[in-house]
Every structure is written in C-alpha cells, then in structure tokens.
Write a protein that binds this ligand. Structure first.
Ligand SMILES: [Zn+2]
Length: 566
C-alpha cells in the first residue's frame, strides 16, 4: 500500500489503526526551504528519513514547468463505461503563462493512455516520466498570454487501496456505483491535470456521460443533462470557484435526490433508494452544521454551487460542494464514540468533519501537502467549535481533550515540503489541541472569535502555507507567536512546564522545557476556578503560592502541555 493511500480524509485514520502505518516511516522531516520561512530548522526525526522517490519529486515539486504557468480553467469531459471500467474523454486546460517557455508539466497516471494533446489543431509532442507528462509546444508561449489545450486520454484507471482513487463498484441491489476519492494518490489517477496543490483553476466545468439509467453527482451547480441518443446521457456541472484537483469528483449510481435550503443556500442530498428514509433523517444535521460554521467563520464558501451530501461506499470525503458520506446513517464515527468521552454520539462525525473542510481545506487550502494541518488540524478544531455551538463549552473542552489519547508525538506535524510527503496523523488531533491552546494563549474569547473569523476571511479561496497563518497571528496580536507555532508544528514534543516547590518559603519555581529557542507562553496555574496566569519562559522564575505540590494545578484542559513537578 503506497504512502499516498493513507491521506484520504478521514479514512487514513482507520487505515493507520489497522496497523498499516509502515509507510509513514517514509516521511521525511528535514527543514523546510521556503524563502520566507524565518523558522529554525526542524529537529531530526527519530528514524532516518528515506530519500523521496523520483515519482514523488515529480508529483510534489513545484518545478519550472509548473511554475511557468497559472491555471485558469478546466473542462473535464469524460465518458464512463461501468461494465468495462473504462474512462475516456478530454480535459480542456486553459492557463496563463507567467514566463516565456515552450514546455509545461501536467500529470496522468501511467495506467492511462494519452490519446493526443491538441493546441488548436496542432498535435503536441510530450514526454512521460512516471505520472508526469511534459508537454512541448512548437513555438514559445509568451508570458501574460492565455493558452488552451485539449488533453485526450482513455483507459482502465488503476484501482488501488481501499477506495481505489476511482472505484467501480456495485450497490447492494446490483446497480453500478462508481465513486472517486483520490486525495494523496492524486487526481491524475483518473484524469489529466496539473496534479499539485499550489495552483488551482478559477472555475471548472465537469461533463460526465454515463448510461441513461444512472445519475452523476459532481461538484458545482447542476446545469442540466443531455440524452446523447446512444444509451448514454451527459450530466453537466459548473464549479464557480477555485477547486483542488482531488476534490473533483464523480459519484455515479442509482441515486435518489431530495432537497432543502438554508436561507438562500440550496441543499441537495443523494442516497440509494433503500437508504432514502434514513438519509432524510440523518442529513438534517447538515443545517445545524452549516449554521455553526457560518456563525464562526462567515457564509458558506461555495454558495453559487450549493451544498451537497452524497451517499458513498466509503466513510466520507470533503469533495468541494459535493461532500461524500458513508457513515451508516448513525451518530459517532462508524457507530463508535470517536473521542471516547460521551460527546461524539451526539452528532454524525462524517457530516460535521467532512463538511468543515468546505471552510478549511477547500476554501482555505494548503499550497503543499506538507502543511496539511491547515486542512485537518483546523477541521478537527471545527468539530470542537460545532460541539461548543450546539452543546456548550464544557462538552467542547471534553471533546478536544478526548483527542489526546490519539496523539503520538513521534514526528513533527509539518512534513517535508515539495516531495509529496504525507504528514503524520497528529496533524488532526494535535492540530486541534494546539488551536485550543492558542485560544487560551490569546486569553480573550471575543478576540479569539474575531481572529479565526478574520483569518478565514483573509485566506479563503487562497492556497497558503503555515508561515502565512503565523504572520497573520503575529500581526493581529502584536506578539511574536512564531516559537509557539514552531514548537507545536515543527517539533516533535509538546512543551512541558517544570515546577519546583519550596514548601518552607511557599514558593513555586517554573519554566518551560521546550525545543524551540525563545519559547514563551502564558499559562494558567494554581487552583481550578481561580487560575492564575503566569508568563512562563524557558528561564526559571519564582512565584509565591500557598498551594502544596499536590494542590497546585495546571490548566491542561485549556493548554496541551506536559507538567513535571519536582
Ligand atoms: Zn479531514
């Protein structure tokens, strides 16, 4: 099983839980090399990192033939034959050149054939290396000009892993059921595109031709269907916003549709006929979810496309405006109390988590998989916000702390940049615990709500790196929070508060044990209900306290920190 198979959200968690974590060792954690990064080098990982493969460099690097152009628009127009498990068609790719050049890099999995690549009527030459397709133009493309090519392809896509990238299945009543879920393995497993995270098209058209008796649900607004007269019908969808490649999806099946709305936002739901009644009950939770996230961050990001929830044969995925769902129409996560503290069974984990990605992952997007905590850490934190909105602060604190048991602290959350590296599972749980800590560091809820609202508004529809988030917080708070971000995201261990008690003098000495130079973080200590805020640094300081070693507490539910008492 390849490394990239683990990235499916949130399925990677299950895969890892099944013990298939060996490929995580393939991650490397060497220092990032972004020019604007002010951070100190990341620490050495516990195990020697293996060198990235040529295939992962081709996939992961934003090389010269990617950086020389800016994507504007895709029209993916495909025909899907369920019986032959065959896909064919073309992607019309419109892009603006940023530099004069004669070559661009696109991507298509080697299992699929390049039929031809047309530039107007000229057939272009190309070279393939692993998943990369280097396309050569007969004359120089000029910086600032817009060009369009038609990339024709066909073949039987490779079905790998549990969800297959694109999986040709049957539903329980024997109808074809074909779904895509290709985060990690990459969208080029089933269609040709510029398969990376930094650059997104501004909008996209998706046309899917399928046998007449089936339904296709893809991303965006449904524009209509056309009977092609040969037993196939074409379903047309229009995405009005930037979209990640891996979010582009097909859901082909014997679907039944029902709809609702939230204010002016259309809500469309798709389920198999035998699950329709269950879906009508369970999918009601979409409204509360949307209200909660709109409360904290602002309007649903893809209003023109609407919000869709679609039954799928796997647990779920955040496909933009077309979230897939396979959580058994039951609360919790696959019918379990996911965080084990009695809160998870109050709501449907997949509806709440996958839809949270509409704000973080789909609207605000990481520019490299190395910084995927921007998707998963934030969205796991959004679950906590949903709990706070629906069930109150006490449940939210219980819920986020329930995630501690899942944190490994074995490697840093941020992986190596530019090599298609997969961050560890800690990006989910430790990511959320870190953001809960940051709220306590800000120590003013009204300010915290404004900060996270404004952060989302500042970066929606953009592809960003962790540095952008750090810079935002530093600027808005007027404090250098870089060492705090670095300790939690670029270092392995969490900070530990060391405490030394002097009973004779009623004093306590304290300092942070942390890897990050200059680490300093205020923390609440003393007695619960009457916490005292101390400005702890990595240097020893002493405070008066009548509390004994046993009585003296640290607010470890508000800050994800270790405590060592001497
Ligand atoms: Zn996720």
């Amino acid at each position: 099983m390849s490394l990239s198979q683990l990235v499916l959200c949130p399925l990677r968690i299950l895969v890892a839980a099944a013990g298939l974590t060996a490929s995580l060792a393939a991650q490397t954690t060497s220092p990032n090399s972004t020019p604007n990064s002010q951070q100190a080098p990341a620490p050495q990982p516990p195990q020697a990192p293996s060198a990235p493969t040529r295939a992962n460099i081709l996939r992961g690097a934003y090389g010269p033939y990617r950086a020389n152009n800016d994507l504007l628009f895709y029209h993916l127009d495909v025909r899907v034959d369920p019986e032959k498990k065959f896909i064919s068609g073309k992607n019309t790719i419109r892009f603006k050149m940023l530099k004069n050049d004669t070559r661009i890099q696109l991507d298509l999995h080697p299992a699929l054939r390049v039929d031809k690549i047309l530039f107007d009527t000229t057939e272009l030459k190309y070279e393939r290396e692993f998943g990369a397709v280097f396309v050569d133009f007969p004359k120089t493309l000029r910086a600032g000009r817009v060009y369009t090519i038609d990339f024709y392809y066909s073949g039987n896509p490779l079905e790998t892993g549990r969800f297959g990238g694109i999986a040709f299945r049957k539903d329980p009543s024997g109808h074809p059921w074909i779904n895509t879920a290709c985060e990690g393995i990459g969208a080029s497993i089933w269609w040709p595109n510029k398969d990376q995270w930094r650059d997104e098209v501004e909008s996209m058209q998706i046309s899917v031709s399928i046998p007449n008796d089936l339904v296709d649900v893809s991303n965006g607004k449904f524009m209509g269907k056309t009977d092609l007269g040969d037993g196939y019908t074409r379903w047309d969808w229009l995405v009005h916003y930037p979209i990640n490649n891996y979010d582009v999806s097909l859901n082909i099946g014997n679907y039944r549709h029902f709809s609702d709305h939230l204010g002016g936002l259309p809500l469309d739901f798709y389920a198999l006929p035998e699950d329709l009644d269950k879906a009508k009950k369970q999918f009601v939770q979409a409204k509360g979810m949307l209200e909660a996230y709109q409360h904290y961050f602002g309007e649903y990001p893809f209003k023109k496309d609407g919000y869709k929830l679609i039954e799928a044969p796997y647990s779920g995925m955040e496909h933009q405006s077309a979230v897939t769902y396979g959580n058994h129409f039951a609360n919790g996560y696959l019918e379990r109390d996911w965080t084990g503290v009695g809160v998870s069974l109050k709501f449907d984990f997949i509806i709440i988590h996958e839809s949270g990605h509409e704000w973080f992952g789909n609207a605000v997007t990481a520019a490299d998989p190395s910084d995927m905590w921007i998707h998963e850490g934030w969205t796991t934190y959004l679950e906590c916000l949903y709990v706070e909105y629906m069930f109150g602060h006490d449940d939210a604190i219980k819920y986020v702390n329930g995630y501690k048991a899942k944190v490994k602290n074995a490697v840093p959350i941020i992986a190596e940049r530019g090599v298609n590296a997969e961050p560890p599972q800690d990006m989910y749980f430790k990511g959320a615990l870190f953001l809960n800590t940051l709220r306590s560091v800000v120590n003013d809820d009204a300010r915290w709500w404004k900060l996270i609202h404004d952060l989302y508004q500042r970066f929606k529809y953009k592809n960003i790196m962790t540095e952008d988030i750090v810079q935002f917080f530093n600027q808005k708070t007027g404090k250098d929070m870089t060492p705090i971000f670095n300790q939690y995201l670029r270092r392995t261990a969490i900070p530990t508060l060391e405490l030394k008690f002097n009973g004779a003098e009623d004093t306590v000495s304290y300092r942070w044990k942390a890897d990050e130079p200059g680490f300093a973080m205020a923390v609440r200590v003393g007695k619960r209900d009457n916490w005292q805020l101390i400005q702890a640094t990595t240097d020893w300081q002493t405070m008066k306290s009548p509390l004994t070693k046993d009585e003296f507490g640290v607010a470890t539910d508000l800050y994800y920190v270790g405590v060592e008492k001497q």
